[in-house]
Design a protein around this ligand. Sequence first.
Ligand code: ZN
Length: 142
Amino acid sequence: MANLENLYREVIMEHFKNPRNKGLVLNDNNYHITHIKNPSCGDDITIGTKVENGVVIDCRHEGSGCSICCASASVLTETMIGKSVDLAEKIANNYLNMVSNQEVDDSIDIEEAEVFVGVRLFPARIKCASISWKAFLETIEK
Ligand code: ZN
């Protein structure tokens, strides 16, 4: 188990250092944008999502924050691009349940976002791991 924890930590730090899909697309108003702040640790994240024919065709993030917050935004975008809106919503809800230590539906694969499973042991970090995923849910509801 200790090795798995180290692997998860490495994946999180790798996403923090080399964030995927960072930077909003500003010249395309088909992106739905949501901005969320977490005053308790300075996390400030904006998510932009573009949906076409019921599929997330692009998902971008911008902002700053702690390693958990920035890495979870990066993993979010990689997880969601290419998913149907329906599946994306299920994955996001399952992830949010996992990090807040609530019941998880094992039939919904959250893929690489599994690396944030340890967050549930640190209540102060749940918000850090959640805000980009909550912002994403708002962007697909718009
Ligand atoms: Zn944070």
